[in-house]
Write a protein that binds this ligand. Structure first.
Ligand code: THU
Length: 163
């Protein structure tokens, strides 16, 4: 009988205790994500998410979740931010993305990672630019998780090389 090969995948995370522990420029980016979060249109979930992207030029773009009465028509903050960036700055490298979530029904004190569909969309832009995009994510307050690359959030993902 053939032996089944078992493998483990490790991902590297950095965990910061609070915003004040982040490097200054990331604090600024996270502040922009929190500010963008307030522009979320979330009348159904009452869950507001903001994302801020810093480009190689230093320019910052933002997005927030936009919901719809036809629920699946809405879009998460991360995809609003990255699609908007792709549409308006198609040749600019994305260096880093900061994400913050806030709920009106509970205080979110743990890091809230991007959903699977957003990870997929973010991974595509990372592959397109052939350079990693660092991602920092948090709730309303508390710890922040950093990954150095979107690929750390999407091991064994599907991409264009299979097409
Ligand atoms: N949401 C995001 O914006 N980003 C995520 O990664 C998770 C979920 C939004 C979608 C919806 O508007 C609300 O949060 C509740 O799922």
């Amino acid at each position: 009988m053939q032996k089944v090969k078992k493998q483990k995948i490790e991902i590297a995370l950095e965990v910061f205790e609070s915003i004040s522990e982040l490097p200054k420029n990331i604090q600024e980016l996270m502040n922009k994500a929190q500010h963008a979060r307030e522009n979320a249109y979330a009348p159904y979930s009452h869950f507001k998410v903001g994302a801020a992207i810093r480009l190689a030029s230093g320019e910052i773009t933002v997005g927030s979740n936009q919901e719809n009465a036809a629920y699946p028509s809405g879009l998460c903050a991360e995809r609003v931010a990255i699609f908007h960036t792709g549409a308006t700055h198609p040749n600019q490298k994305i260096e880093v993305m900061a994400i913050s979530a806030k709920s009106s029904t509970q205080k979110l004190l743990e890091p809230i990672g991007p959903c699977g569909a957003c990870r997929q969309a973010m991974a595509e832009y990372e592959q397109k630019q052939k350079e990693p995009i660092a991602v920092y994510f948090m709730g309303e307050a508390g710890k922040i998780v950093k990954v150095a690359s979107v690929m750390d959030l999407l091991p064994l993902g599907f991409d264009a090389k299979f097409l």
